[in-house]
Design a protein around this ligand. Structure first.
Ligand code: GLU
Length: 512
């Protein structure tokens, strides 16, 4: 490989939302590239026009940006090995497919969809539920192996719709060393003659992935385990076109399991957790699938959690920044066994990250969430203070709405029922006096406020503890939040007095 530089790729098909497994693939490739001073490439595999979805590529770009795992080369960024969108590389693939036909490793197949269906139906049995186009069958079909050469020429000249299929050799053991699974081998007799070039002249994934990995000088290909069964086809193509010694090292990442087998988009809806990185609206049905971002995850927590879905550091430490992951990540520690996705654990990662983040760093995402909920955020200084007072209580960024919203908006309703049994004329009087006394106090003075409150309570012969609970409900609406005098001194005297008067009004009205 040119100057031995590590080059890895994330090669998604733009067909819809980006599943967390896809982000994990991108992340592991990214970490590996950064660790080795290599390049991380985004290649858009859009050769299947029937599955193409408008907007899906932009969505992938946005997800990678949000996660902070941006590619060095991509359709958006460009680079020396472009274009990075396979649909724009179309002419290149046909040439290689024809080369394979010439060298006898592939052949033209003219079977119509109807003929293919008939073949499948006639061979279908319990033992063979989905018959393949393979060495048993190819001799009975309409292709350049069975038709006379003149007939093939004529069909090609007439532009008869056709595909190019790989000719899988019989009785071969196709072997390779997977960086995660170790030695893997396949019996060529059970591999089918996959289509390489489709009737529309577009390559299939199998052909395009090999050619592009070669032309883009990819050194390592980490991808999901679902692609392991396709590797024999890829290895043969490498052998026929470029030589296996030039092949990237493969690493197939473990499956991700949900509560019931392989984690699927449907699991998200069923169990109420996000599966996609960001919100995705289906272009046909409009159905919205929630993303981790919108659910209130910090990108740092999301990628920290993903790093652990298939890998661990070998120590008890679980919280790592992206920079630490770059240093520590190792393919040797990626395990073969499927990784179980646990939403509670994912939330734990987020909670830890919120706790450890500076309030200043949380301002931007919290502001966005508050905007969505029409909560005004006042000054940056005030918002920062409130975030630092409440972040320990938030698991998701969206929790700030409940945990911090009352610092910006007077609660519309208060927990009257908790106050009611404790409410009396004396307490009403106490709060009326206390609210007036506040007017003479300087703002933001926690200790003076607490001192005054307790002193006035003692003077009236009421236990301050009982009053504090009422005071809290008047300010917050509920029995929650940081210290009540911290809340009051943050709200300021005018707002505190206003909420007290409102509380007194509600409580006295209840007694009428
Ligand atoms: N386009 C394939 C996908 O959507 C990429 C598989 C690979 O990385 O080889 O996952």
């Amino acid at each position: 490989m040119a100057n031995n530089q590590i080059r890895v790729r994330f090669a998604p098909s733009p067909t819809g939302g980006l599943h967390l497994g896809g982000v994990r693939t991108a992340l592991y490739n990214y970490l590996f590239a950064r660790q080795h001073g290599g390049k991380f490439i985004l290649r858009i595999e859009d050769t299947d026009q029937s599955r193409f979805v408008e907007g899906a590529e932009d969505y992938i770009n946005n997800c990678l940006k949000w996660c902070g795992i941006e590619p060095d080369e991509s359709p958006e960024k460009g680079g020396e090995y472009g274009p990075y969108r396979q649909s724009e590389r179309k002419p290149l693939y046909a040439e290689f497919a024809r080369k394979l036909v010439e060298s006898g490793h592939a052949y033209y197949a003219f079977d119509t969809p109807k003929e293919l269906e008939e073949m499948r139906n006639s061979l279908k049995s319990d033992a063979n539920p989905s018959p393949q186009y393979d060495q048993q069958i190819r001799g009975k079909m309409k292709n350049s192996l069975t038709l006379p050469a003149e007939e093939v020429d004529r069909l090609l000249k007439d532009q008869t719709p056709h595909v190019i299929r790989i000719l899988i050799p019989p009785n071969e053991t196709i072997q390779f060393t997977d960086l995660i699974h170790g030695e893997v081998s396949f019996d060529s007799n059970i591999v089918d003659d996959k289509v390489l070039l489709k009737a529309d002249g577009m390559p299939t994934y199998h052909l395009a992935v090999v050619i592009d990995d070669h032309l883009m000088q990819i050194t390592h290909a980490f991808r999901g385990e679902e692609w392991l069964s396709s590797t024999p086809v890829h290895i043969l193509l490498w052998k026929y076109l470029f030589g296996v010694e030039n092949m990237p090292a493969w690493g197939h990442l473990p499956l991700i399991l949900g509560p019931n087998g392989k984690l699927s988009k449907r699991d998200g809806a069923k169990y109420g957790f996000p599966v996609f990185a960001m919100n995705w609206a289906d272009h046909v049905s409009g159905e919205l699938t929630e993303g981790f971002k919108e659910r209130g995850f910090l990108p740092a927590a999301f990628i920290n959690m993903l790093a652990f879905l298939g890998w661990n550091a070998g120590t008890a430490q679980e919280i790592f920044s992206k920079e630490e992951l770059v240093k520590l990540f190792s393919i040797e520690r990626v395990h073969k066994a499927a990784a179980k996705f646990d939403f509670e654990k994912a939330k734990w990662f987020n909670q830890e990250w919120i706790k450890r983040s500076n309030a200043a760093d949380l301002m931007e995402p919290v502001k966005k969430i508050f905007d969505l909920h029409h909560i005004p955020t006042f000054t940056d200084e005030y918002l920062e203070t409130v975030i630092s007072l409440t972040k320990e209580r938030c698991t998701l960024l969206t929790d700030f709405v409940l945990q911090a919203g009352y610092f910006f908006q007077t609660p519309r309703a208060i927990d009257e029922l908790s106050i009611k049994p404790k409410w009396s004329d004396e307490k009403s009087l106490f709060f009326t006096h206390f609210a007036s006394a506040l007017e003479g106090l300087p703002d933001n003075n926690h200790d003076t406020l607490e001192h005054l409150f307790k002193e006035m309570a003692t003077q009236q012969g009421i236990k301050p503890g009982e009053l504090q609970m009422i005071f809290r409900i008047m300010l917050v609406g509920e029995k929650m939040g940081p210290g009540v005098f911290t809340i009051a001194s943050t709200l300021g005297n005018t707002e505190t007095a206003k909420r007290i008067h409102y509380g007194i009004e509600i409580m006295n009205a209840l007694r009428k």
